[in-house]
Design a protein around this ligand. Structure first.
Ligand code: FES
Length: 120
């Protein structure tokens, strides 16, 4: 296996069911809050078919840490480790977004993966 193929495998692309992007600040939240959340998410999704990527900034710059879950394009604000635990159980594993914390939805044209009843 060449280096590119190994990298693709290591990133989890072939098996991924969800991809999480997380802004860790420094403008939407403190760097410390962001890093605490990042370390928690890394630990919690380690053995799941879930990719996670740090985003430098979503240009929202408030109410962070911010999290977007793809392929459904569900955006969450003020994500703490405790909130992420519920998002993980109910949305990422259970398929039902935690609507009380959802700030936006846009599946970027992948309408087949979003049920009309999922829209807030
Ligand atoms: S710093 Fe997080 S959205 Fe800009």
């Amino acid at each position: 296996m060449d280096k590119l193929a190994k990298g693709i495998q290591k990133a989890g692309i072939p098996d991924a069911k969800k991809h999480l992007f997380i802004c860790l600040g420094p403008d939407c939240c403190s760097k410390k809050e962001g890093e605490v959340l990042w370390e928690f998410i890394k630990k919690r999704v380690k053995d799941l078919p879930v990719m996670r990527t740090k985003a430098a900034c979503f240009r929202i710059c408030r109410d962070g840490p911010l999290l977007v879950v793809y392929p459904d394009g569900t955006w969450y604000s003020k994500v703490t480790p405790a909130r992420f635990e519920r998002i993980l159980k109910e949305h990422i594993l259970g398929g039902q977004p935690v609507n009380e914390w959802v700030i936006a939805k846009n599946a970027l044209g992948c309408s087949a993966v979003v049920k009309p009843t999922d829209n807030p």
